[in-house]
Design a protein around this ligand. Structure first.
Ligand code: F6P
Length: 356
């Protein structure tokens, strides 16, 4: 029995992602219709967790396409991108899980004035953002009726990964066989999401002191920066305490002073260049407190480490965010706060950043 809606959304991710993986045709049709040239521009435009998803997949896009990939939040895009990119050939992929963020919607008109064609990526085919695009890709997760998004975030990631890989196949940087292999590995990697969720819930039960965290730092590097920002957003949306995300080396230039007897620290340790620095910092923190969690692709070599199994590169963005989602919901529930609750119900209508 699930305690709240957020838990239900977290739990439905494995099934949704595996279903999305089987549904590639709509993506291929849209990608086929895009007529890209040399020096092609792809702007990924979004707000909040949709922006974090764009950030998390940028390295995958850069790996499989030759396009210039620009990730831009909606405000920056509307007010500052025009001069820089006007006249360039390309597309804007306008991402909004609800399809109702007004700033993101306005970006569609700006993109057209810049000469870009627009692909809308949304979970609501009847939304203003779906209607305004030249073409629409359904995120396929249905409505997520609470503030802190989880299912919509990973479904967005999956769609953006599928589009990047479809571009790769179209331009023969990926053979059909390589494409199939990539997708088969991704499928295997996604098959144990539910186990990862249970593992994380077990971890929370053994670390209930984390519910008292006055603040948390989240540190990582390389391709995992988008995941870091999403992890930060999830924790602060539910726990409503400061959560600060830093690149590994940046953490050593000032933010290290946040290491105190009652501070809490999460690290993402992958097979890129920051591994040794992560080990050095966690060893240092251990001299001050024991409130450390290291999410890693490696076998655990200390009691702080929790291994996330990823055979392929495509699944990392999806799987590394799951522990943050579970932590965010379970710790908030332990504090007595249900993250399903709308904290300021009148906020969006007053600020007009979302239509109803
Ligand atoms: O993807 P959308 O629907 O445009 O929403 C952007 C952000 O707005 C929120 O719905 C509320 O701030 C977040 O949950 C989400 O990340």
């Amino acid at each position: 029995m699930e305690s709240n809606l957020m838990e239900a959304y977290i739990n439905k991710q494995q099934e949704t992602l595996l279903d999305l993986l089987e549904d590639e045709q709509s993506i291929k049709n849209v990608v086929k219709s895009i007529d890209e040239e040399q020096n092609y521009l792809v702007c990924l435009v979004a707000c909040g967790s949709s922006l974090n998803a764009a950030m998390a997949v940028k390295p995958i896009w850069e790996h499989y396409t030759t396009a210039e990939i620009v990730v831009c939040n909606a405000f920056q895009f509307r007010h500052y991108a025009f001069k820089k990119y006007q006249g360039r050939k390309g597309i804007a992929i306008v991402i909004s899980q609800s399809g109702r963020s007004t700033g993101t919607l306005d970006c569609i008109q700006v993109a057209r004035q810049m000469g870009l064609s627009v692909v809308s990526l949304t979970a609501d085919a009847t939304s203003p953002i779906a209607k305004a695009g030249d073409s629409v890709i359904d995120i396929g997760c249905g409505e997520e009726a609470i503030g802190p998004k989880t299912a919509g975030y990973t479904a967005t990631l999956m769609r953006l990964i599928q589009i990047a890989v479809a571009f790769g196949e179209k331009h023969a940087s990926l053979s059909r066989r390589d494409h199939q292999q990539l997708m088969d590995t991704l499928k295997k990697d996604l098959n144990d999401i539910q186990t990862l969720i249970l593992q994380m819930k077990h971890w929370v039960k053994q670390h209930v002191a984390w519910k008292q965290a006055p603040y948390i730092t989240v540190v990582g590097y390389g391709q995992e920066l988008g995941t870091l920002y999403e992890g930060q957003l999830k924790l602060l949306e539910t726990l409503r305490i400061p959560v600060l995300a830093y690149d590994i080396e940046e953490f050593t230039h000032g933010p290290h002073r946040l290491i105190q007897s009652d501070s809490f620290h999460i690290f993402i340790k992958t097979d890129e260049s920051g591994r040794a620095m992560t080990d050095a910092i966690t060893q240092f923190i251990e001299g001050v407190n024991r409130n450390i969690l290291v999410l890693t692709v490696f076998e655990p070599h200390s009691k702080y480490e929790l291994t996330i199994q990823c055979q392929g590169q495509l699944s990392k963005a999806i799987k590394f965010v799951i522990p943050f989602q579970v932590l965010a919901n379970e710790l908030a529930l332990l504090t007595g706060f249900n993250p399903d609750t709308s904290v300021y119900p009148e906020f969006f209508s007053k600020l007009r950043t979302k239509t109803t």
